[in-house]
Write a protein that binds this ligand. Structure first.
Ligand code: ZN
Length: 467
């Protein structure tokens, strides 16, 4: 049975969905003010695998991701570059979708932009004011943290610590420095919407709560994000939602993925160790990036380095080669019971690991344990074809969940490289034939045929087959 680690109860809890076959899953999305970085890749590839595993287990997953398309950072970027805030967010959101598409992150049901939910946000703030949890002050509206007793339950922050942290940027409009903003009063050059408290724009925390409640109401299954969002963001989300609905906990599984570090340091522009997803995809195939991002313990920080990426590439290629060899087994020897036991064990261990809070690394480890044994049996031409077909089928199921195998060889596996080579030789042959240099083109044909590659010239194209 699937268990997920819930950061609120700090337990690995058996997964029981609230609505039978339906799973409601919300993951905090990006603030599109800059190019997505590799930390984004780690988080969103992981949640993509979670959604795909739930789907694999037969659930219908409504995966909702918000887009914080109005924010201080976007506004600052817009002012810097002399464009409208909306242009900045559209540009970087488009880049986000593009790189996520390349990374095969395709399980999100709906990307919800905050600015499309202003009326829902205003409604929530009105309710919070009515219940005494919020107050307008100086054109803005704040959440009264002291009134919500459970504040700090998720992060374990004690109130004194909060006051320390909050006093960094004192705000005279607040009753208490711990209070956080729900609605920001209008400032010049900022985008604004009309509200009962005058012109302004929503605060970050309330946007997510309004969007999640719009689709999932007062109680839903999974809320995910990075550990950096636990405080204050998720603490604020809990306070806002539960203050309105009195349903506790409003999310059954709070999931938080560890940060991605570079040489032990947090990635940041100021440290000049900022790597974009685009840059990484220029150096590595998307499947290798996916493999690297999930082949680790997701609750812990992930150390990124190009050496680690290269190691991941080598391991990944072993898996790709194994799957390719399994699809082209051209012998059928006696059933190998010992090999079968090993194969079954690997499959069992893989799914056990996935059920244990998506321990993807453990799952891959199970495959890597049996991999050399299968390769040896294949080269010795041991074992029955059906055994190999079944393991190939298992790897295809692994792929449904992890999406780490290329749909077509991108030229980095052995088979892919040979294919590319044959294609270019054939292209050259076609050019020679067009110039009626048949003697030379026939020589290439005979060289290929000596390597057991048969050539068939059709009107449109030259086809080739391995014999
Ligand atoms: Zn959020």
């Amino acid at each position: 049975m699937l268990k997920l680690y819930d950061s609120l109860s700090k337990k690995n809890k058996p997964f029981v969905s609230l609505h039978g076959n339906r799973v409601y899953m919300f993951v905090c999305g990006i603030t599109p003010y800059d190019s997505p970085h590799i930390g984004h890749a780690r988080a969103y590839v992981f949640y993509d695998v979670l959604a795909k595993y739930l789907k694999y287990k037969g659930y219908n997953v409504f995966y909702l991701q918000n887009v914080t398309d109005v924010d201080d950072k976007i506004i600052a970027r817009a002012l810097e570059s002399g464009v409208k805030a909306g242009e900045v967010s559209s540009k970087y959101f488009a880049e986000y979708r593009e790189v996520m598409g390349k990374l095969k992150v395709d399980s999100v049901t709906l990307y919800a932009k905050s600015t499309d939910y202003i009326s829902e946000i205003i409604d929530l703030i009105k309710k919070l004011i009515k219940k005494g949890y919020a107050y307008p002050s100086d054109g803005s509206v704040y959440f009264r943290v002291n009134k919500f007793e459970k504040f700090g339950e998720l992060s374990g922050q004690i109130m004194e610590k909060l006051e320390e942290g909050a006093s960094i940027e004192p705000d005279d409009a607040k009753e208490d420095q711990k209070d956080f903003v729900l609605w920001k009063g209008y400032k010049e050059n900022e985008p604004y919407w009309d509200s009962p408290w005058g012109r302004g724009r929503p605060g970050w925390h309330i946007e997510d709560t309004a969007i999640a409640m719009c689709y999932f109401r007062e109680h839903y299954d999974i809320h995910g994000g990075g550990v950096d969002l636990i405080f204050p963001h998720h603490e604020a989300e809990i306070a806002q939602a539960e203050a309105i609905t009195d349903v506790h906990p409003f999310v059954n599984y709070w999931m938080h993925i560890g940060m991605l570090n570079i040489r032990g340091e947090k990635m940041s522009k100021s440290l000049k160790n900022f790597i974009t997803v685009k840059d990484l995809l220029n150096k590595y195939p998307p499947e290798v990036v996916r493999f690297f991002m999930i082949n680790n313990e997701h609750l812990k920080p992930l150390e990124f380095s190009f050496e680690a990426m290269d190691t991941a590439k080598v391991s990944h290629e072993k898996l790709v080669r194994l799957r390719n060899s399994l699809s082209t087994v051209d012998f059928d020897s006696e059933f190998d019971a010992e090999l079968q036991r090993e194969m079954d064990h690997a499959e069992e261990r893989f799914f056990e690991a996935m059920d244990n809070d998506l321990s993807v690394r453990e799952g891959f480890a199970a495959i890597f344990t049996v991999l050399p044994k299968i390769n040896k049996a294949l080269s010795d031409m041991h074992g029955g074809r059906e055994q190999y077909n079944n393991f190939h089928d298992f790897l295809n199921r692994v792929n449904l969940i992890t999406d780490i195998f290329p749909e077509e060889d991108r030229g980095y596996s052995e088979a892919g490289r040979i294919g590319t080579l044959i294609d270019s030789l054939n292209q050259y042959r076609e050019e020679l034939r067009e110039k009626k240099r048949y003697e030379e083109s026939d020589r290439i044909r005979s060289i290929l045929e000596k390597s057991n590659i048969s050539i068939e010239d059709t009107k449109k194209k030259t086809k080739w087959n391995k014999r």
